[in-house]
Design a protein around this ligand. Structure first.
Ligand code: URA
Length: 235
């Protein structure tokens, strides 16, 4: 691939802008400045620098964020910050999108990607990728509520029954559940449907991928194995 095209694919701006960066001597590979935009590259294990900052070539990006409270999953956040505020322009230029949504007050594992197929694989209603949530509840969780969640509840304006699996009481007012769909405010509405209320919600896992060891607001690139784990379906 041509150097100018590679830079453009990685989010460094228009083809023209990338040509200019290269001609200005801003780009180097293995400590050698390359000022020819038409320089041909081998993309395998390619590392490069732009203005002294190191980058790795990635055909697509898969990101795990530990989402903090007070961040919305939309670009034009209205009352809160946007999760996209947590990423630099280079990544934003690649058109990364949230894989599904978390409410502004929900914390935990949020995936972002510029791979449309991956996004589709995880969010398509028929794919049923499991999501594990932990929550603090307003009232103690009763055995009856656990049973009802496992049997399934109806949600207003939604078709079908919404059931949870692997429902585990972690403490009197703490619950962990796995859900396999992803309708609007699903977990909060399921808890209301059984007569309780979510006070705090945290997503701990998607597919077989547990939230990596990240502080709130921190993120990392997923490796190939982690990408496969996120897509994992147990049924
Ligand atoms: N269910 C909810 O109610 N909120 C979330 O953020 C995610 C799942």
């Amino acid at each position: 691939m041509l150097l100018e095209k590679m830079l453009q694919s990685q989010g460094f701006g228009s083809r023209k802008h990338c040509q200019q960066l290269i001609k200005n001597g801003a780009v180097s590979i293995q400590d050698e400045v390359i000022d020819n935009p038409k320089h041909k590259l081998d993309l395998n294990n390619l590392n490069f620098e732009v203005y002294g900052k190191s980058y790795t070539y990635r055909e697509k990006v898969y990101i795990a964020l530990n989402k903090p409270q007070g961040y919305e999953c939309s670009h034009q956040a209205t009352h809160h910050f946007s999760v996209f505020d947590l990423f630099d322009d280079i990544l934003l230029n690649r058109g990364i999108q949230c894989v599904g949504r978390l409410d502004q007050d929900t914390t935990g594992l949020l995936l972002l990607t510029d791979d449309g197929q991956f996004l589709q694989a995880l969010t398509h209603p028929k794919k049923h990728v499991a999501k594990v949530y932990q929550m603090q509840t307003a009232d103690p969780v009763t055995d009856e509520q656990i049973q009802q969640l496992e049997q399934g509840v109806e949600l207003r304006n939604e078709k079908g029954i919404f059931a949870a699996t692997e429902v585990t009481r972690l403490a009197e007012n703490r619950l962990q559940i796995t859900i396999h769909q992803g309708v609007y405010h699903q977990v909060k509405r399921m808890l209301v449907a059984v007569g309780n209320k979510v006070e705090q919600l945290h997503r701990a896992q998607i597919g077989a991928l547990a939230l990596p060891d990240l502080a709130e607001g921190e993120w990392l690139y997923l490796n190939t194995e982690q990408v496969a784990q996120a897509k994992f379906r147990s049924e």
